[in-house]
Write a protein that binds this ligand. Structure first.
Ligand SMILES: Cc1ncc(COP(=O)(O)O)c(C=O)c1O
Length: 420
């Protein structure tokens, strides 16, 4: 049966993740893979988890197996509220922070409206934005028009989105942006709806925004009177340097801060949270009723126990020590094996660092050779809205078996040298 005529008009906007495509094509366990963004299995609290389910059943009984509140179970919301120092009314539990991104986009954005982001940015967010047929624009691409001429700033209002003429049946007449983003023509000029940023240990770059940069984002959001989605799954994984205040703490009236249990507990539980203004959470609450009724209840009680017993913090100390060691090892191996002209970011936390190779080396084009010789990475241009920066790549240091790190980076260094 041909199903194509049955699909909704949203379907063409669904975008495959290049990272997951790599997973589908190759047995990454057989090679040296720096491609995925998985946590190290040794950080999972397996010993705690042998007793946690029993403790949850004893303490909460069959309540732990029942449907729960759409906002999340009160016990976990209270524990998170205490951790963040916010009222419980400002906490919504989500079924992963990926769902957090999705649901924020869903309540804020109509097709054709605009989301601003820094680059490089998280692919999973771009998939969500595209699925809602939003335009995504780099913050740096615009100048701010204050009404008194253009200020010498690197970001601001995008041009209003207006169709210039009708679209022919063969698609002619569609603007390039419409073609790329599959955007429907909108009778209204496009509006900027929110700014999406990953201020702490960006995926993919590993970089952290300074306080001044965060303040600039807040100033822009206040000027445009829009919301900021602060995606923060790595914030608790800091290995060096000084903590920088969250954007939420700078602008609690307009920030939706997304947290995740994936990197501090285990991603298999699919638990996250949104901290934000009650009026926005109310819409998310209604939207989530249709999505999944409630986040997984048993998992939430396990997370509650793990958090309130102090086990999460104890495990976090071990997790950070493990990742700090791995980051330092990767940096020292890059220094040893990368040829002159290759540079990389130095992440103070998170799971990634980002390499820039000499101009002219194309990491997408180099990819088949790398895979063939036994090493995998993710090409950096996937994380740029216009596919530029083809001489960059993302390397993950959390998941690869430690003994594969040296042969993998040695090989990568040789492959790059061969292209100089
Ligand atoms: C920046 C960013 N946001 C969100 C997510 C999704 O995390 P979760 O497992 O909570 O859905 C990831 C996962 O890699 C990420 O890197």
């Amino acid at each position: 049966m041909d199903y194509r005529h049955l699909f909704s008009s949203d379907v063409p906007s669904f975008m495959r993740s290049p990272v997951r495509e790599i997973f589908r094509k190759v047995d990454l366990s057989a090679i040296c893979s720096f491609a995925g963004g998985y946590p190290a299995a040794v950080t999972f609290p397996v010993e705690d988890l042998k007793t946690l389910p029993g403790r949850v059943l004893e303490k909460y009984g069959t309540k732990a197996l029942q449907y729960g509140a759409t906002q999340g179970v009160p016990e976990l919301r209270e524990a998170i509220a205490a951790r963040y120092g916010v009222p419980v009314s400002r906490v919504q539990i989500t079924t992963s922070s990926q769902q957090g991104i999705d649901v924020c986009t869903r309540i804020l954005c109509d097709p054709g409206e605009v989301i601003l982001t820094t680059e490089p940015t998280y692919l999973g967010a771009l998939q969500s934005f595209k699925a809602y047929r939003a335009f995504v624009r780099p913050i740096s691409a615009f100048t701010l028009d204050s009404g008194e001429g253009t200020r010498p700033q690197t970001y601001g209002h995008p041009r209003p989105y207006k169709r210039e003429g009708p679209i022919a049946s063969d698609g002619r007449g569609r603007s390039e942006a419409e073609a790329v983003w599959g955007c429907v023509p909108s009778p209204n000029p496009a509006r900027v709806k929110f700014i999406y940023v990953i201020p702490d240990f960006n995926n993919p770059s590993g970089e952290t925004m300074t306080l001044e940069e965060r303040q600039e984002i807040v100033a822009l959001a206040r000027e445009l009177d829009i919301v900021i989605v602060e995606d923060s799954p790595y914030r608790e994984l800091r290995y060096s340097g000084e903590e920088v205040p969250t954007i939420y703490s700078l602008a609690p009236e307009r920030t939706l801060h997304l947290g995740s249990f994936s990197k501090i507990f285990a991603p298999g539980f699919r638990l996250g949270c949104i901290i934000g203004p009650e009026e926005l959470l109310e819409q998310i609450y209604i939207c989530k009723q249709a999505l999944d009724l409630c986040p997984p209840v048993f998992d939430q009680y396990m997370a509650t126990e793990f958090l309130t017993s102090g086990a999460l913090d104890a495990n976090l100390v071990k997790t950070k020590a493990e990742y700090r060691r791995r980051r330092d090892l990767m940096v020292s191996l890059l220094e040893k094996y990368m040829p002159e002209g290759v540079t990389w970011t130095y992440p103070e936390g998170g799971l990634f660092l980002f390499l820039t190779l000499p101009e002219g080396i194309d990491t997408i084009e180099m990819y088949d050779e790398a895979l063939g010789r036994g090493v995998a990475y993710v090409a950096g241009s996937f994380f740029f809205l216009d596919g530029s920066h083809r001489n960059t790549m993302r390397l993950n240091f959390s998941f690869i078996a430690e003994e594969k790190m040296e042969p993998g980076l040695k090989l990568l260094g040789e492959i790059i040298k061969g292209r100089l």
